[in-house]
Design a protein around this ligand. Structure first.
Ligand SMILES: N[C@@H](CCC(=O)N[C@@H](CS)C(=O)NCC(=O)O)C(=O)O
Length: 220
């Protein structure tokens, strides 16, 4: 039985990154779209898969798991022989640095970018007024965080070392709209050449490019 990925009708956020990891790891999967308009995510069947009534959820032959980052960690450990490792090296120190980067992504990067995304992109899209003063503060706060990323990425290729790992891909959860070429070019500040180099490498993963350009069917 192939892995089932339960997700939203439009592939985005966590569902997109789980799909990316499945594709990177060459794990065949079925993409099951929930009827969001009909609130299927809050229905009895889905609440059994995820009591929070959210997606993404993965069902791997009867083992059901939710939370994007936890799903991805499970998949890479379960299928070590498929595709790139995406895990840190075996030493305690390499694993500790990976955990450090994972913690920074979830507690520092993700909240900052989610707030920015709403103010810069979400509000204009919904015809709401942007709070320019708040936006300026968010951009300043984000820039300070990215200055630290620049320091880290000056010394190494990826955020947890010299090889790509899941943590690099986790940064895509909040970022579909923030491509370097996009209108909200928050990753493309030329004062941070190593952030640009890193972000180009992460967003140029062929499965990610296919997913963004041609949709989910192109990577299943
Ligand atoms: N922390 C969760 C967040 C999941 C989440 O926010 N899912 C959204 C879609 S991107 C959802 O299912 N929302 C529906 C709802 O809350 O009713 C993860 O990383 O998987």
């Amino acid at each position: 039985m192939v892995v089932k990925l339960y997700a939203k009708p439009s592939i985005s956020a966590g569902g997109g990154v789980v799909a990316l990891v499945l594709a990177e790891k060459r794990i065949p999967f079925e993409y099951i779209v929930l009827d969001y308009a009909g609130k299927e995510q809050k229905g009895t069947a889905h609440l059994k898969r995820n009591p929070f009534g959210q997606v993404p959820v993965v069902d791997d032959n009867g083992f059901v798991i939710y939370e994007t980052r936890a799903i991805c960690r499970y998949l890479v450990e379960k299928y070590p022989d498929h595709g790139p490792s995406l895990l840190p090296g075996p030493s305690l120190e390499e694993r500790a640095i990976f955990e450090q980067a994972a913690s920074v992504e979830v507690t520092t990067f993700f909240p900052a970018v989610t707030k920015l995304g709403w103010e810069m992109l979400g509000k204009p899209k919904r015809g709401l007024e942007v709070d320019e003063a708040a936006l300026a503060n968010m951009l300043e706060d984000f820039a300070a965080k990215m200055d630290v990323y620049e320091q880290i990425l000056r010394k190494q290729e990826y955020i947890a070392g010299n090889d790509i790992t899941l943590v690099d891909l986790f940064h895509l959860i909040s970022m579909p709209a923030f491509s370097i070429e996009g209108t909200a070019n928050i990753m493309g500040d030329e004062r941070r050449p190593n952030v640009i180099r890193w972000w180009k490498a992460v967003t140029a993963r062929p499965e990610w490019v296919n997913l963004r350009q041609h949709g989910i069917k192109s990577i299943i």
